[in-house]
Design a binder for this molecule. Structure first.
Ligand code: UDP
Ligand code: MG
Length: 154
């Protein structure tokens, strides 16, 4: 099982999309094991987007991500990192595939409604950055045997 970090960005909240986006994760079978609303402090934005701080769009990105609350989510599943990136879609939402979250809900690269960790290594760091251990819940999922066959869970 992998865990990955998802952030519903301020545009998702303003546009009233958080319920529909969370539903997509539930329907897919990605298990939500952590969920909270928060206002991202600028220092956390700098850490989270450390690979982008030298880019010309960074000041706007930090302003946008910190100006209103976000919803942070930790989701769990077999190959959850890749599965999540694939339902999120391409960074430039105009090019994101139909049926993906960005493809269906956004027309922008900077107002693209959602963040998802890009690798297992990043996911481990990002989950720890946004959630304390006590904020993540390892509850049993009674439907596990319907979302996965046994050999997929080994
Ligand atoms: N971003 C932006 N303009 C750009 C590229 C990226 O505003 O030209 C923002 C956008 O919010 C994007 C985030 O920076 O989601 C992180 O960029 P990354 O390349 O990591 O894309 P992602 O992993 O979110 O698809
Ligand atoms: Mg990224």
């Amino acid at each position: 099982m992998e865990r990955t970090l998802v952030l519903l960005k301020p545009d998702a909240l303003q546009r009233g999309l958080i319920g529909r986006i969370i539903t997509r994760f539930e329907e897919k079978g990605l298990k939500i094991i952590g969920l909270k609303m928060m206002k991202m402090p600028p220092a956390l934005a700098k850490e989270h987007y450390a690979h982008l701080t030298s880019k010309p769009f960074y000041p706007g990105l930090e302003q946008f991500m910190t100006h209103n609350p976000i919803v942070a989510m930790c989701v769990e599943g077999v190959e959850a990192v890749e599965a999540t990136r694939s339902i999120v879609g391409a960074t430039n939402a105009r090019k994101a595939g139909a049926g993906t979250i960005r493809g269906d809900f956004s027309m922008s690269t900077s107002r693209n409604v959602i963040h998802a960790s890009d690798s297992l290594e990043t996911a481990k760091k990002e989950v720890a950055r946004f959630f304390r251990e006590g904020e993540l819940f390892a509850y049993p999922s009674v439907l596990n045997g319907y979302f996965y066959a046994e050999d997929e869970l080994e």
